[in-house]
Design a protein around this ligand. Structure first.
Ligand SMILES: [Zn+2]
Length: 115
């Protein structure tokens, strides 16, 4: 791929592919309890997603801008930590995607045809 100036190690493509899953993952956990950036990075790593703070924080801010998350600052010892909670709108989006994920799951994992 010498014509391409982009890195060709596949990370960019993977990020495209997985970014929606990562967002759903974030919404899911924000629905369970307030989340914060570093904790979410560790949680995602547990699932095999490597995401840097430089990628996750814009993603969190994007979800907040969409109205799916709401954040507030909480003091944690000497440092401030930004906590994110899901909003009613975010919960609605999560519910809608749950349906779509179930359908995708059936196709990908169980090999069912749609309909
Ligand atoms: Zn998880």
């Amino acid at each position: 791929m010498s014509l391409s100036k982009k890195k060709t190690n596949g990370d960019d493509a993977d990020r495209d592919l997985y970014s929606g899953l990562i967002r759903l993952h974030v919404l899911h956990h924000a629905d369970q309890e307030p989340i914060f950036g570093l904790g979410m990075i560790e949680e995602l790593a547990r699932h095999g997603y490597r995401i840097s703070p430089g990628s996750l924080y814009p993603l969190l801010r994007g979800l907040e801008k969409k109205g799916y998350l709401r954040s507030s600052e909480k003091r944690n010892g000497k440092s401030l930590r930004r906590l994110y909670r899901i909003t009613p709108l975010g919960r609605k989006a999560l519910d809608a995607s749950r349906h779509k994920v179930r359908e995708l799951f059936h196709e990908l994992i169980e090999g069912d045809e749609p309909g």
